[in-house]
Design a protein around this ligand. Structure first.
Ligand SMILES: Nc1ncnc2c1ncn2[C@@H]1O[C@H](COP(=O)(O)OP(=O)(O)OP(=O)(O)O)[C@@H](O)[C@H]1O
Ligand SMILES: [Mg+2]
Length: 236
């Protein structure tokens, strides 16, 4: 079976500095895959490469079709949504306006149905629907960022450190909800995380990125029990 996302020999640079040195990574339909790695390893650059925001060498394919050199908005149309590090909601717009922006590629009549579904997923967003995104708490902004990405009805959701800056209980709720979304909508997820424990709990497979190279890959449950991983990423 061909993967939903295929990344092969991916290289990326910022000016003269090469950051990714030839990454191979696959995500299959309906999988949750996590990428672990220290600060500066190139996790964000990997996700930005997939969504067309960084110039790259190598192969990037969705459903067997190259998405390289496409505009970021065209990549959204191909089924990829990206929740950037630091959330990336529009602070001046209300919660509901942010959700509508997330549906910018759609012209069908179900947008309001999906907004209702977001409110059911995260009732606090319904309470805050007329408030600006900038006035939300960190956890609420993260819920909004994920909901906004889902409004494009993505096949593949890229999430860059969704737990960053959130209290443990909020993170747990957020990740539990990711599993629900994955199961109910069949949304495939590629998640970059520093919170290795929780990420490995919900993921099927995992990769470790070190200095722009994949050094370890395997089943999430195996990595969670690996001594080197435990020492480096699980504080064991
Ligand atoms: N716009 C940029 N211009 C120049 N260098 C950059 C740029 N963005 C990232 N870098 C460099 O590329 C390397 C990888 O950065 P990246 O943001 O991908 O790492 P990361 O794994 O996401 O780290 P973190 O966990 O801190 O978010 C770092 O050395 C960083 O300084
Ligand atoms: Mg990053």
């Amino acid at each position: 079976m061909a993967p939903l996302l295929l990344v092969e020999s991916l290289k990326a640079r910022y000016g003269p500095v090469q950051v990714l040195h030839g990454i191979d990574l696959n995500v299959f339909d309906k999988e949750i895959v996590v990428v672990l790695g220290a600060n500066g390893a190139g996790k964000t650059t990997t996700l930005r490469s997939i969504s067309g925001m960084v110039e790259t060498d190598g192969r990037i394919e969705i459903n067997g079709q190259s998405i390289k050199k496409l505009d970021p908005s065209e990549i959204v149309r191909r089924g990829v949504a990206h929740v950037p590090q630091g959330r990336g909601t529009f602070p001046e717009l209300t919660v509901e306006e942010n959700l509508k922006v997330g549906a910018f590629i759609r012209s069908d009549n179900d947008i309001n149905i999906d907004i209702e579904a977001c409110y059911q997923n995260y009732p606090v967003l319904y309470e805050r629907r007329t408030q600006t995104a900038g006035s939300l708490s960190g956890g609420e902004q993260q819920m909004l960022a994920v909901s906004r990405a889902l409004m494009s009805r993505p096949q593949l959701l890229l999430m860059d450190e969704p737990s960053l800056g959130l209290a443990p209980q909020i993170v747990e709720d957020l990740f539990t909800r990711f599993v629900t979304i994955n199961e109910e909508h069949g949304t495939t997820m590629l998640i970059v995380e520093q919170n290795a424990q929780l990420a490995l709990d919900i993921a099927n497979r995992a990769y470790v990125l070190e200095s722009g190279e994949i050094t370890i890959e395997g089943q999430a449950s195996e990595l969670a029990n690996d001594d080197a991983i435990r020492q480096a990423y699980l504080g064991a």
